[in-house]
Each structure stands twice: as structure tokens, then as C-alpha cells.
Design a protein around this ligand. Structure first.
Ligand SMILES: [Zn+2]
Length: 394
């Protein structure tokens, strides 16, 4: 490949694939403390306690803490459970967040399971696990906040903004600002399922390193919509990725175990836990994707699964008119891989049914982030904006 053709992604992949595993680990591991001046004890200083929410977590301990975010409708504080695991040895702070969309359950159990498995005594650094950030929505099986807003469009938030914006501001300041790296867990939205994959802004080398260290087989490049936790954290200098797995309101054991294993892999590669013997493999990277929308209303039955590779013209689904029994087929306008799909259901024309990661050469430049109101290729948002959204100043 000539030097001129070596565009951003090709250069990045070559750079990340080039170093040995040890070099990658060096790049994402904080340097050891400098040598002490001669004459002083070579004993490392004791690890200080981790201070958060006015509570001290001693080294080698885990604590279940309450983040008091806001008042409920009856004026009492709503405590959001946060687990802090503080290692015996100083190191970086990794944050694991889930349930920002209150109906997305796989991540809640992945974060709980992964955090419970971390041996505090062996940990280097600190893990902050927030499995149910949007507890309001979680209690109601709802993606949204009580004000019908999507919390994941309001980060980093404002102290005097809307209810969602205040919660975002509080969480960002109290928790996220303490992180050196962040993994935020999600699923597909609105009766759609996602193939397990990482979303990351690969134009940021520290984010690309985090995505690679997580060890998932598929990575989708994107800066993330404005207001997402991932985008806001990355903008604040905290490398962040999201892990998408499965569908809302479902707990899939296979997906959960896979996610928990990925966290374990990440902790090893960040130097926070003894590393498992595992090869650092280059993921399959998608720099572009498209949603395929149905043209006909009716009963949609998918003919492909997430993970399937499709070519232009392949049948993705049939849509059957429930009265006339007339069957229409939905064909793929793209060649690529099915990253997400709607579960079988009754659809209306325009419903975003299949998310295709496009098979394009690695030289293909990334797409600019779409302006508000235009389809975000990463998101199949179907809901009408809440009336209040019109007036939101964010
Ligand atoms: Zn989500």
C-alpha cells in the first residue's frame, strides 16, 4: 500500500497491529512510580483509601455505596447503587456503567457479574461499577427518564438544566470524572437485537487502544451521538467505548457471560489483574453502516440473523399483509454484515429493521457525525421527540 493511500484507519490498524502484545500493554498501562531518592526505604508507600461520595474505601476492599442523584416524586432521595473495588496496589480507575437505558438488562447483569468476580486483594487500581444508572427507568422497564427524556443524550449535563440534564451532570461530575477509562453497556433499542460489538471513536488513539484491549471480535467506528456518555467522556479526555449486546428486556446468559469475560480480558490487558493467556487479535472493523427500513406494513419475519454476511439483493425478511396474505420481500441494498436486526414483529413502512455494517475498503474515510434530526447510522430511533425536547437548550 502506498504512503498516500494509507489513510486514517489503515494507518491506525497498522500501528495497533504492529506492536507486540507487551508494547500494547505498555501503552495502556500507567508507568511505575519513579525510583525513590537514595537513602529512603524501598518499601512502596501504603496505597491511600479511595474517597468517593464522602466515603473512604480502604485498599483491598469493596464497598456498596449509594449515589444520591435526585429526589423522587415524594421528595425523598433515590439512592443509586454503586460498587467500588479498591485494589491493594495503586493504578488506574476503570468505570463500568450500564442501565443508562433502563430497559437494557444484559449490561446490568454483565456489570454485576464482572464486578463480583474481581478479587479486591489482587486488583491494581480501582473499579467503579454502576450497573443501573437510570434506576428511575429500570423500575418502570423504560428506556427513559421520568421526564421522557433519553438520559444518554444529555451528558455531560448541566446543573440547572432539565431533570435528565441534572442527573447527567451529577453522574458525570461525581463518578465519570473519577475514571481513567470507561465501558458503557447497551443493547439494541425498541425490539431490536445487536450482535455483540464495540462502538468506539477509532480516530482517538487512546479509545482505539481501549477497544482493542476489550478483545471483542467486531468494532464499529463512530464518534457517538452528541450527549452520549461515551462521546462526552471521550471529549473530556477519558477514553470510552460502548459494548452493545442483545436486545432490551431480555437476559441472555450467553451474551452476559461473553460480556463478563470481555471485562476480565480488559482488566488483564490494562494491567489491573493478572493477565490470562490470550492472543491480541485484530477485530473486524466497520467504518460505515446503514439501517435498512421496511417498505411495507405487515408481519415481518427475518430470513437472516445477526452476524450473517449478506450481499446486495439478498433477502433479509418477508413482510406479509395479515389480511390479504400478500408477501413482499425486503432485500439488502448493501453488501456487508448484519450487526443488528429487529426481532420478528408487526411493522409499519419506514421501520428500521436491519443494521448492516458495510463491507468497504479500510481506506474509506469515516462519515461525519450526522446533524441533529438526521438518521444516525448507529441508532434506529423511532420514538417521536417528547414535547419538551423542542425547547431543550442543550
Ligand atoms: Zn442503550
Amino acid at each position: 500500500m502506498s504512503r498516500r493511500r494509507r489513510t486514517w484507519l489503515a494507518a491506525l490498524l497498522l500501528a495497533l497491529a504492529g506492536p507486540t502484545h507487551a508494547q500494547v500493554e505498555d501503552a495502556i498501562t500507567p508507568p511505575a512510580p519513579a525510583d525513590l531518592p537514595a537513602g529512603e526505604s524501598s518499601e512502596p508507600p501504603p496505597t491511600p483509601a479511595f474517597e468517593i461520595f464522602g466515603v473512604s474505601v480502604p485498599p483491598g476492599q469493596r464497598r456498596q455505596l449509594d449515589w444520591l442523584v435526585s429526589e423522587s416524586f415524594v421528595g425523598t432521595g433515590l439512592p443509586i447503587p454503586i460498587q467500588v473495588i479498591h485494589g491493594n496496589t495503586p493504578g488506574r480507575t476503570l468505570c463500568l456503567t450500564a442501565g443508562i437505558h433502563g430497559d437494557e438488562l444484559n449490561g446490568v447483569e454483565i456489570v454485576r457479574r464482572a464486578a463480583a468476580a474481581i478479587p479486591a486483594g489482587d486488583l491494581r487500581g480501582t473499579v467503579i461499577a454502576a450497573p443501573i444508572v437510570n434506576l428511575h427507568g429500570f423500575q418502570r422497564n423504560s428506556r427513559y427518564m421520568p421526564d421522557r427524556r433519553d438520559l444518554n443524550r444529555f451528558f455531560p449535563g448541566r446543573p440547572s438544566g432539565s431533570s435528565a440534564s441534572r442527573v447527567a451532570h451529577s453522574f458525570f461530575g461525581d463518578v465519570i470524572a473519577r475514571c481513567d477509562a470507561l465501558v458503557d453497556f447497551h443493547t439494541g433499542s425498541f425490539h431490536r437485537t445487536n450482535l455483540p460489538h464495540v462502538r468506539a471513536d477509532l480516530q482517538r488513539p487512546d479509545v482505539a487502544e481501549l477497544a482493542l484491549a476489550f478483545g471483542e471480535e467486531i468494532v464499529m467506528h463512530g464518534a457517538g451521538a452528541a450527549g452520549t456518555l461515551r462521546r462526552a467522556a471521550s471529549d473530556a479526555g477519558i477514553p470510552a467505548i460502548t459494548y452493545e449486546v442483545g436486545e432490551p428486556m431480555q437476559l441472555r446468559e450467553e451474551d452476559i457471560e461473553r460480556g463478563a469475560e470481555r471485562v476480565e480480558t480488559l482488566l488483564g490487558r490494562l494491567g489491573m489483574l493478572p493477565e490470562q493467556e490470550e492472543l491480541l487479535r485484530m477485530p473486524e472493523v466497520y467504518v460505515r453502516s446503514r439501517w435498512v427500513r421496511v417498505e411495507d406494513g405487515g408481519i415481518m419475519l427475518a430470513q437472516v440473523e445477526v452476524g450473517d454476511r449478506v450481499r446486495t439483493g439478498d433477502v433479509l425478511a418477508t413482510v406479509t399483509n395479515p389480511i390479504s396474505s400478500h408477501i413482499r420481500v425486503l432485500r439488502s441494498p448493501h453488501t456487508g454484515r448484519v450487526i443488528g436486526r429487529a426481532v420478528n414483529q408487526v411493522v409499519i413502512p419506514g421501520f428500521a429493521a436491519f443494521h448492516i455494517g458495510l463491507a468497504v475498503p479500510p481506506e474509506t474515510p469515516p462519515e461525519p457525525t450526522p446533524p441533529p434530526g438526521v438518521d444516525d447510522p448507529e441508532e434506529a430511533v423511532e420514538e417521536a421527540p417528547a414535547p419538551e425536547a423542542e425547547e431543550r437548550p442543550e
